[in-house]
Design a protein around this ligand. Sequence first.
Ligand SMILES: [Zn+2]
Length: 391
Amino acid sequence: MISRDELRQLADFETRRPDEFAITFYFQPAIPKDKSHREEGIQAKDLVRKAIQELELNNSHRAVLTDLRRILELAERLHGNQARSKVVFACSPRDVWREFDVPPVLAETRLFVNRRFHLKPLAALFSEYPKVWVALADRQNARVLEVEFDQLREQAAIKNPLPRHGSSDGFNGYDAGHTQRHKEDEVRRHFQQLADLLKSAAQRKQFDAIVFGCNDLNWPELEAQLHPDVKKKILGRFSGELNALTNEQAAEEALRIVRSSLHNHHLSLLNETLGEARGNGRGVAGLRRVLRSAELGEVDTILMAEHYSAKAVECTNCRHLDSHLVPYCPVCGRATRQLDDVCEALIPLAVKNNLGLVLLPQDSKLDQVGNIAALLRFRADRNMNNLRAAS
Ligand SMILES: [Zn+2]
């Protein structure tokens, strides 16, 4: 798998000379029923061979040919790659060769030769496979697990055993009631302890989504203690006795819920964003506004259609991105260069600034606003107005 840090390093990369190329190769193994491994291997090799042939016609691209031949050799050895996608980033003049095995990200094998690496499918992977925390709780114990790609880690364990009450606790109704209230207080404190731990973790962005494992009887009590920052990350709950569940079983239950609710979660994120955009709140829609908000540092998450692509220009000096194809930068006045797809520059920007990226299947509401929108952390202009109004 690839880490956010590794992705950030790749996002920083850019070629410096016209004869340097950043090559990105996505090998997508076929679904076994569809095609044989032999066929998919041929497909990958054909793709690279074709690129080599095209470049051989132009003798000036020695380095890119070296990289492509190395990719061709790799493609000859892949044989299905255990149903994982293989991604290669290469630029031999700069000594870059990185290989990653990731969950399937693209529908087909692709090869990109450009000034920057093609990161869109990988950047979106973090919203397709969010870092999930699984919180298991009963009235005395709690366990918090973290599931990220193939890795399962226990983050915390809380034990608050209820005091044992024997015959020495008293012999009349008053004492029995008192003991019962005391127990309820202990349970409330126990859930509060778990809720506090989750609240601070949510605020430190230690997880992207959370699933609870808690039985129906205890859930209302626990839920009442949860902070809104935790609540909005809940993808679902399963009922189970945590003492009877191994960490692996709990993770499996949680991932089943994640897989079935993630799409709806993304759609509600889209609705929230578009609603906020209409009310000039914490949302913007359309490329021009998304670019502006990204430059102002307002963006939390970018939402775009899977196949979104748009022409744009990038300033060669200050890196301003503009959806109007202007020859000179409106910010600093220097020359701009045209981008066939704004994602070439926008995605590395998003990765470097740790912004969320959600790719959505065809959606009419998103289509109406130009297939791109962003949920904001704040709105700079409105805060400015508030400041002005206050002063
Ligand atoms: Zn500029």
